[in-house]
Design a protein around this ligand. Sequence first.
Ligand SMILES: Cc1ncc(COP(=O)(O)O)c(C=O)c1O
Length: 446
Amino acid sequence: MAAREFFHKAAKDTKIMNFNNSLEFAKELDKADKLSAFRDKFFFPQLNGKEAIYFCGNSLGLQPKTASAALQQELSDWAQFAVEGHFHAKNPWFSYEKLFDKPLAKLVGAKPSEVCALGSLTNNLHLLMVSFYRPTAKRFKILCEEKPFASDQYALESQVKFHSFKPDEAIIELKPRAGEFTLRTEDILAKIEELNDELALVMIGGVNYYTGQAFDMKSITEAAHKVGALAGFDLAHAMGNLVMNLHDWNVDFACWCSYKYLNSGPGSVAGIFVHEKHGNNLELPRFAGWWGNNPDTRFKMEKGFIPAIGADGWQLSNATVFSMAVHKMALDIFDEAGIGNLRKKSEKLTAYLEFIIDEINSRQFAVGSRQSKITLLTPRDKNQRGCQLSLVLSENGKQIHEQLLKAGIITDWRNPDVIRLAPAPLYNSFEDVWKFGNELNKIMER
Ligand SMILES: Cc1ncc(COP(=O)(O)O)c(C=O)c1O
């Protein structure tokens, strides 16, 4: 978009929201925020001896203050009960994974039997693709967004090779139109229709990690099914960020991690969704382990795997209790806040960040009479984004990122010129956003 056009659009949008770029105004917004107390439930990192302003919840969420006691509980139960902890721990380890069915189901809009906390994101993606990428000579293509996260690229590439297809022929990447940064839903749907009976699977991020674009999972799933393909989503950047209805949208499968918006700690236990129409199909091929066996016969230790009904049937191993203990604490906070309430705040918080950025941009634009210095990669339509905004800085981006850090503001840098900012509604405030803008403006004026 040309700078002038960008500026006019920005001015129009901000008028609608009636925002104001002042500390007093930001504080007023915080006062009116019913979720503001949730900030106190988290530890903030320290920079230069004071609490940092943290915008990296899309990378690693903050630690809930309840995490340490929950971990301590499991350590004490281990010390006190050893193997008997499987049955006598406060939360018996034998059925630990069942603690997550309800809270995860709420977050993705599913039935409790359709979700399970297990493993890690990339491992789970492979496990799910074993079941849901079953190519034939004719129908072998996978549709994904251009340059998905590296781990997803490698997973798709290796799955395709595993089935003896060539990645160049089997993996079709969706590219934005010339001069655009993000994908148009109509183009995604048209591509699905075009690939038709060659398309085996649409495997796409719920929210793209780089641009922050949220995809229309419902329409994509419908379109995939119409041509006889399946639809799966990597929800790494959507989980705890968007309101989803995976069951009603008829999504076939999804996987996510819990260390971003779900604040469950580095490398913590991940999770999956498998629609009940597949979860109830015990004939579906899968890679199996004892914990995915029907619990009634699991300990008979006999030949012949009989899958548990639902997403539980994809488990391989017994519960990773230490990381799950923290995960539970984090999900309790989500339960208390409610994902619908969080999303409402998130839309406003991100819109405020967008307004502040437009303001700075228009000032810089007016002062230097040059092209805009900051370009927004993320769509301006709130229905096409979560809380993240990705900014392209036309000059000295890396230095700006470093100077922000020096000023106590943690953002995420992506080569060659992108800063990603994710104001998380659970713990970020409007004041955080204003302070970021104030600092960015100072740096850019220098
Ligand atoms: C979109 C996406 N996919 C996959 C991964 C890899 O996750 P993991 O290392 O937990 O398997 C990440 C990690 O940030 C991600 O953002």
